[in-house]
Design a protein around this ligand. Structure first.
Ligand code: IMP
Ligand code: MG
Length: 176
């Protein structure tokens, strides 16, 4: 059966939400230097848009956390690679989607060891129904039901990340 895309959040809605988040974050950090840490690969497009909309000085880093294969199931095993020394820095983790929360909770545990001045999370999407770890984002774009979505950085087997909107993917194969 072939997979079918159904637009779920339009390009315009995506862009409006990014601007709203950027206004809120710029206000909250109020000229403090902010260190954005995008979780690869899914966050790269959201981070690029958000960073350009922020009105405060910020530096940009990425962390690679491998907990997912190239399909839909989180293994819960997380290997974390990054190069930022975050001691005494204000760090905002940027995620494409907060799903089970296993990836983020491992990242937070690791980052906390370096004693950042503050550590918060901004997730573009939130799927609370699937949560396994006790974690919530400080900034959330959209809360969505338990459906597999692609676009705006999110992939299915490395495809669809480049869509400027969020789509539901129907008939996607179960995880391999
Ligand atoms: P978590 O550890 O289950 O919260 O995994 C989060 C990661 O799983 C995200 O950063 C995505 O890469 C991936 N993910 C979770 N849900 C989806 C989805 O609906 N579409 C595409 N990727 C997803
Ligand atoms: Mg991801």
């Amino acid at each position: 059966m072939s997979s079918q895309l159904h637009t779920f959040i339009t390009t315009e809605e995506v862009q409006t939400k990014v601007q709203e988040l950027a206004i809120q974050i710029s206000k909250d950090y109020n000229q403090t230097q902010l260190h954005l840490v995008g979780v690869l690969k899914g966050s790269f497009i959201f981070l690029a848009d958000l960073a350009r909309a922020l009105k405060i000085p910020c530096s940009i880093y990425f962390v690679h956390a491998s907990s997912y294969g190239d399909r839909q199931t989180s293994s819960g095993i997380v290997k974390i690679q990054h190069s930022l020394n975050m001691s005494n820095k204000h760090v905002l983790i940027i995620e494409d989607i907060l799903d089970t929360g296993l990836t983020l909770s491992s990242i937070i545990k690791e980052f906390d060891k370096q004693q950042p001045a503050s550590l918060k999370v901004c997730a573009f999407l939130n799927k609370p129904e699937r949560r396994q770890a006790d974690i919530e984002a400080d900034y959330t774009g959209f809360t969505i039901p338990n459906e597999f979505v692609v676009g705006y950085g999110l992939d299915y087997g490395e495809l669809y990340r480049n869509l400027p909107y969020i789509a539901r993917l129907e008939n996607a194969e179960e995880s391999s």
